[in-house]
Design a protein around this ligand. Structure first.
Ligand code: PEP
Length: 252
């Protein structure tokens, strides 16, 4: 399986010109990386301009979508609309959206809609904090099971799970995750996927890690953390750093 390196630009940058610039620089930098798939997820408002560059070798992703194809949902953007402007991936269930009120029920509808539209879904799951009694393990279990409640085995080829512990995401994160933290959680996520969909299908779903990924921890997160790739937030806005993360993944 190729390693998957995804950038989440969040609500950055300010202009389409800057977005095009970083996107082109990343594409240039990752040229020839054969063991890695690279995806940039950008604000919807820039996706058309980025797609117009006709860049090969880096896929375009959105950071969110709504469910349904068309309808009375003011301000929302559907998966079909994204697909029609060249988008291939969409992040769903990111903790920054869950913090705005998205729950597993809504996320499950979005996932179903996005996969039906032909997008690949990057589903983010992760606990707010860890506790001695291991309650966070049941939280992770329920979050994954409920978010995937509308998904069938055949849909799994279009699914990536991103383990993003909220306590390790963003510049105000209380602490960094260790590869051991990541390994433990991803083992659990894989076990749940196997319970839900059977061994072969469950183990075929890539599980990646996100949370303050940088050029220093990328290698150990992949090798010791045992993940199939990485999701970088802040570091993905700097094309040199993001390309370096992809280069590291390409050597594993
Ligand atoms: C993210 O936005 O999904 C993320 C992991 O952010 P950061 O890398 O900045 O912690």
């Amino acid at each position: 399986m190729k390693k998957i390196i995804i950038g989440n630009w969040k609500m950055n940058p300010e202009t389409a010109k800057e977005a095009q610039g970083v996107f082109s620089d990343v594409a240039l930098g990752v040229k020839g990386f054969r063991k890695t798939s690279v995806v940039i997820c950008a604000p919807s408002v820039f996706l058309e301009a980025m797609n117009a560059l006709k860049i090969k070798g880096v896929s375009l992703g959105a950071e969110n979508c709504f469910f349904g194809d068309v309808g009375p949902y003011t301000g929302e953007i559907s998966a079909v609309q994204l697909k029609n402007i060249g988008v291939k991936y969409v992040i769903l269930g990111h903790s920054e959206r869950r913090a705005l009120g998205e729950d597993n029920e809504l996320i499950s509808k979005k996932i179903k809609s996005a996969i039906s539209a032909g997008l690949k879904v990057v589903l983010c799951v992760g606990e707010t904090s860890r506790d001695e009694a291991g309650e966070y393990l049941s939280f992770l279990h329920d979050e994954l099971v409920e978010s995937l409640s509308k998904i069938k085995k055949v849909d799994l080829k279009n699914l990536i799970i991103a383990y993003e512990p909220i306590w390790a995401v963003g510049k105000n994160a209380p602490r960094s995750a260790t590869p051991e933290d990541v390994h433990q959680a991803t083992l659990l996520l894989r076990k749940i996927l196997v319970e839900m969909f059977g061994r072969e299908s469950g183990l075929g779903v890539p599980v990646i890690y996100g949370g303050s990924v940088n050029t220093k921890n990328a290698l150990e997160m992949i090798t010791l953390g045992g993940v199939d790739g990485l999701l970088a937030g802040r570091e993905s806005l700097d094309s040199d750093k993001f390309v370096e993360i992809a280069r590291i993944a390409n050597t594993v």
